[in-house]
Design a protein around this ligand. Sequence first.
Ligand code: GRF
Length: 188
Amino acid sequence: MTKQIVVLASGSGSNFQSIIDAVERGDIDADIRALVVDRLCTATERAAKHGINFFVVNRKNDKEINQRVLSSICQGADLIVCAGYLSIIPSTLIAEFPQKIINIHPSLLPKFGGMGMFGMNIHKAVIAAGEAQSGCTVHFVDSGVDTGEIIKQTLVDIDNNDSAQSLQQKILVEEHKLLPAVIAQLLS
Ligand code: GRF
C-alpha cells in the first residue's frame, strides 16, 4: 500500500512545497494525505494548487478538540512532518505516533533551539554569537522543544558579510533538499 504523509505547517510552506515536488518527481514514494495548519497561511494555497486536502486547527480553539482532529487526520499515517509548524505538538499525538513525527529546524541543534527560537530569532542569535557555521536539522519530535533525536543535519558556512536575512535564505535552500531526502530515507 502507498505510504501516507501528513504535513503540518504555519507559514509560507516552502518546505511543504519541497515535499510536494519530491513526491511529484517520484523521489518520495508516498502520498501526501493532508496538510494541517494552525492559522490561516499561504501553505494552504500550495495544497489547493496541488489538490491536497487541508485542514485548519485554529490554535485559538479548544485544545482538546484540536488534538482529536489532529489525531484523527493522522490515523494510519506513516510519517507526520512538521514543516515550519509553530504550535507545540500535543503529547497525546507524540505518544500515539512514536518515532513517526519529524521536524525541521533552521539551526544546528542542539544549538539555537528551544523556546523562543523560531523564525528570524534563530538567525539573529547565530549572527550575534559570531558562529562560523549554522545549518538545518531534521529530528524526531519528543515532548521537549527541539530536543528529539537528531536524524540528519546540513552545515552552512557563515560569511563575514552575512546578515540574519541572508543566512536564513542560505539555510532555506538546504532545508528544501534535506527534508525530502530524510522523508524518502525514513519511508524506504
Ligand atoms: C523554516 O525555516 C523551518 O525550518 C522553520 O520555519 C521555516 C518555515 O518556512 N521551522 P516555510 O514555511 O517552509 O517556508
